[in-house]
Design a protein around this ligand. Structure first.
Ligand SMILES: O=C(O)C1=C[C@@H](OP(=O)(O)O)[C@@H](O)[C@H](O)C1
Ligand SMILES: C=C(OP(=O)(O)O)C(=O)O
Length: 438
């Protein structure tokens, strides 16, 4: 289905961010690995997370939806999971696929993984390589889905992923839980640390040493997970769409509540503030080992500011939206050190540049990023149709752009939005956006 976002003068209101996608995947997996029953509150009921719930159920965990966003998972303990009968269809989700591969290998299971056209195009060698080094076997389609993975008695490894990737780190750690010895992952640039934090909540000892912007994470194999109740904090990546729209329109004030503040996720807040964004972040509590904040944005004139490469992992999912902010800024913005964007749900360098160009903004690709020539506040022409490329973040970024462009912005296919933010349209409408679907 198509959607068109029309220019509007003001956005106003306060909304609760949906549950964090990364934490939701992990909560379902860890609860399924644990012995006993865990209740998960605030689970993101997006398609990606529902696919993980189905995969865990197929591996023998008891997964039940109690009520809206409240799920119960009864694990059968480390030795109790079984080989799934059918294919594990991980849909559009790189996180679901790669973390489940670590879990399957570590539990010595055999499973076939598949996904949608976007996921089938994404590289799985980055997890298959360390899993093979640990002793797992696989047959894949040239390092891509569909693939069959078979666990075996695994041996712990010390691994330095060639890419900054929380999915690779988490996959190796999940496999390490079932391996003999101490599994170590060295990260030259620290990535999101939800696996480390949440495994501890499930009773696992995880050691983390931080050094020069990187980390060394280690865990001993054979540790048992203990069931625990989990409160999923709000997703800082989903929240960005709401507060960014509040910055770009002419009037109003937008507050997003219950937003997780984690230094491995808040890159766009810093990048936007460096551009002069009127953003206020207030601590309002703590939940599940994470700080919870309210983020309030007010209409702002932005000045171009190219982000430092060191901030890239902390805003890795926010570059399509960052491209939109750069389009409304005065001056040129250059993104570098972000070549990982090429292997997300779409090639997000190409897709972001095309999104901007289709709407009259001068943008150019770079091998590891992109250049945007800002049009200034209120200066983005709009009027284009954006190819979402099966990518939720491209679709939502384009619709945010439409709120403040001179002419409406359309997206050819909005189906991917439901993978991470099924309430996006309801939330934008509640703030006063004029987005027509169909
Ligand atoms: O571990 C996670 O939950 C995620 C890690 C990141 O991917 P990479 O590990 O590929 O960078 C991110 O882009 C994705 O949205 C979620
Ligand atoms: C990259 C993303 O997710 P995944 O890798 O899980 O598909 C994302 O949500 O932006």
């Amino acid at each position: 289905m198509r959607a068109t976002s029309k220019p509007i003068a003001r956005l106003d209101g306060a909304l609760r961010a949906p549950g964090d996608k990364s934490c939701s995947h992990r909560a379902l997996m860890f609860a399924g690995l644990a012995e006993g029953t865990s209740v998960i509150e605030g689970l993101l009921e997006g398609e990606d997370v529902k696919d993980t719930a189905k995969a865990m159920a197929a591996c023998g965990a008891h997964v039940e939806r109690l009520s809206l966003r409240r799920w119960k998972v009864t694990g059968v303990g480390a030795a109790g999971l079984k080989n799934p009968e059918g294919v594990l269809d991980m849909g559009n989700s790189g996180t679901g696929a790669r973390l489940m591969m670590g879990l399957v290998a570590g539990q010595k299971l055999k499973a076939t993984f598949d996904g949608d056209v976007s996921l089938r195009s994404r590289p799985m060698g980055r997890v298959l390589d360390p899993l093979s080094e640990m002793g797992a076997k696989n047959e894949s389609n040239g390092g891509k889905l569909p693939l069959t993975l078979e666990g075996a008695p695994l041996t712990a490894i010390e691994y330095t992923p060639p890419h900054a990737s929380a999915q690779v780190k988490s996959c190796v750690m999940l496999a390490g839980l079932g391996a003999t010895g101490t599994t170590i992952v060295n990260e030259p640039r620290k990535t999101r640390d939800h696996t480390e934090r949440m495994l501890r909540a499930f009773g696992v000892t995880v050691d983390v040493e931080e050094k020069d912007g990187g980390t060394r994470v280690s865990l001993e194999g054979g540790q048992k997970l203990v069931a625990t109740n989990v409160d999923i904090p709000g997703d800082p990546s989903s929240a960005t769409f709401l507060w960014a729209a509040g910055l770009l329109v002419q009037e109003g004030s937008v507050s997003v509540l219950n937003v997780m503040e984690n230094p491995t996720r808040d890159g766009l807040v810093h990048a936007a503030k460096a551009m002069g964004a009127d953003l206020e972040v207030t601590k309002t509590g703590e939940s599940g080992g994470e700080v919870i904040t309210r983020i309030t944005s007010n209409p702002s004139s932005l000045s171009a500011k190219s982000p430092d490469m060191a901030i890239v992992p902390a805003m890795i999912d926010e570059f399509p939206l960052f491209g939109v902010l750069a389009a409304f800024a005065d001056g040129d913005t250059l993104v570098t050190g972000a070549e990982e964007l090429r292997v997300k749900e779409s090639d997000r360098i190409t897709a972001t540049v095309n999104m901007l160009k289709a709407n009259g903004v001068h943008a150019e690709e770079r091998p590891d990023g992109f250049l945007v020539k800002g049009c200034g506040r209120g200066g983005v022409p709009g009027g284009g149709v954006v190819n979402a490329c099966h990518d939720h973040r491209i679709a939502m970024s384009a619709l945010v752009m439409g709120c403040a462009a001179k002419a409406p912005v359309s997206v050819d296919d909005i189906s991917a939005v439901a993978t991470s933010y099924p309430d996006f349209f309801a939330h934008m409408q509640a703030l006063g956006a004029d987005i027509e679907q169909g």
